[in-house]
Design a protein around this ligand. Structure first.
Ligand SMILES: [Zn+2]
Length: 337
């Protein structure tokens, strides 16, 4: 079996927007929920006035149980929503205010995932030319998807998780978020915390020989050194609820700071197929060299090489269809493995 590339489907793109979009405000959820409703509207040009009704309605509803809908201190649009909830603004005034203030950031930001525009668009911004947004064929195709009805629930669930995170005031990375494929829902639990993994530098460096796993630039495993290696999750830790045992040895490598979190670093992108092959080779090396990691790796990924390849290909497909963006750095040192 050879490794192969997988292409994200439209529903992968859509879920990436809902699951992995940057959340500084809940507007993206309100817009998604509005688009689900407008799907039954035959015209593909949706005027801002038309969009404003469901958009503000969803936000007003959520404000009633969760006053925090934005990470910044205040928003004139959310103040208007609160005024509407308290009865000091009528429905028409609310829609006026929404058209003026409600869409400033969300239309532009909607298709941004992990700081990059995704390759597929579900609407085109025609506010300047036609006073609205034009729904694309992608969205209509998405609407025919067998799971389309569940998207509304998923979006609502995700919205509530983000609200819960803001309420608790904890970092998003500490909130346990899971996608239940059977129920097609996301759920949370605060039992689990990120496992401390910094102690495995010594074991990994034997293979990497003081080189970054991705770019081969020199790294150190001595604390206090400027170029101290980062222990990095090959498939991003952000998928800890979607992939099996993301904190497992099979998924950990040593990386230079530049690759892990520098400008142009990996962050929550998925390494390319070339790098996946390199990871497989690394894991086989550990298994065949009978290092102490052997048993751990076999337990985590499979008892023979075809099974382990199959495991890696599966988690890679899952990671790429969830996170969309790929990453590979320039080579900056001697290729030593
Ligand atoms: Zn590097």
């Amino acid at each position: 079996m050879e490794f192969y590339e997988v292409e994200p489907t439209l529903d992968n793109y859509w879920r990436a927007i809902i699951l992995f979009g940057r959340n500084v405000a809940s507007y993206k959820f309100a817009l998604a929920k509005s688009l689900y409703e407008l799907n039954s509207v035959p015209n593909d040009l949706v005027k801002m006035e038309q969009l404003a009704e469901p958009f503000s309605r969803h936000l007003c509803e959520h404000l009633q149980h969760s006053p925090k809908q934005i990470t910044s201190k205040s928003s004139s649009f959310l103040s208007a929503c609160s005024d509407y909830n308290q009865g000091s603004l009528n429905k028409d005034q609310m829609i006026d205010q929404t058209v003026k203030l409600g869409f400033n950031n969300v239309i532009d930001a909607f298709h941004v995932v992990n700081n990059n525009e995704i390759a597929q668009r579900f609407f085109i911004d025609e506010r300047k030319t036609n006073g609205g947004i034009r729904i694309t064929d992608n969205f209509f195709k998405l609407a025919e998807h067998e799971q389309f009805d569940s998207f509304n629930n998923e979006t609502e669930a995700r919205w509530r998780l983000v609200e819960q995170g803001w309420k608790l005031g904890v970092s998003r990375s500490l909130i346990r978020v899971e996608y239940d494929r059977t129920l097609e829902t996301l759920f949370t639990s605060d039992k689990k915390r990120r496992v401390d993994i910094t102690s495995c530098r010594d074991s990994f460096n034997g293979y990497q020989k003081g080189r970054c796993f991705y770019c081969y630039s020199p790294i150190s495993i001595l604390s206090g050194d400027d170029n101290l290696a980062d222990v990095d999750h090959f498939l991003p830790w952000t998928l800890c609820e979607q992939l099996p045992n993301v904190n497992g040895v099979w998924n950990l490598v040593l990386a230079c700071k530049e690759c892990n979190r520098g400008e142009g670093g990996k962050f929550a992108k998925v390494p390319t197929l070339l790098l996946l092959k390199r990871l497989h080779k690394r894991n086989e090396y550990f298994i065949n060299s009978h290092l102490p990691l052997r048993e751990t790796l076999i337990q985590q990924t499979g008892k023979d090489e075809p099974k382990r390849k199959y495991f890696l290909q599966n988690v890679y497909n899952r990671a790429k269809t969830l996170l969309i963006h790929q990453w590979e750095p320039e080579i900056k040192g001697i290729i030593t493995f």
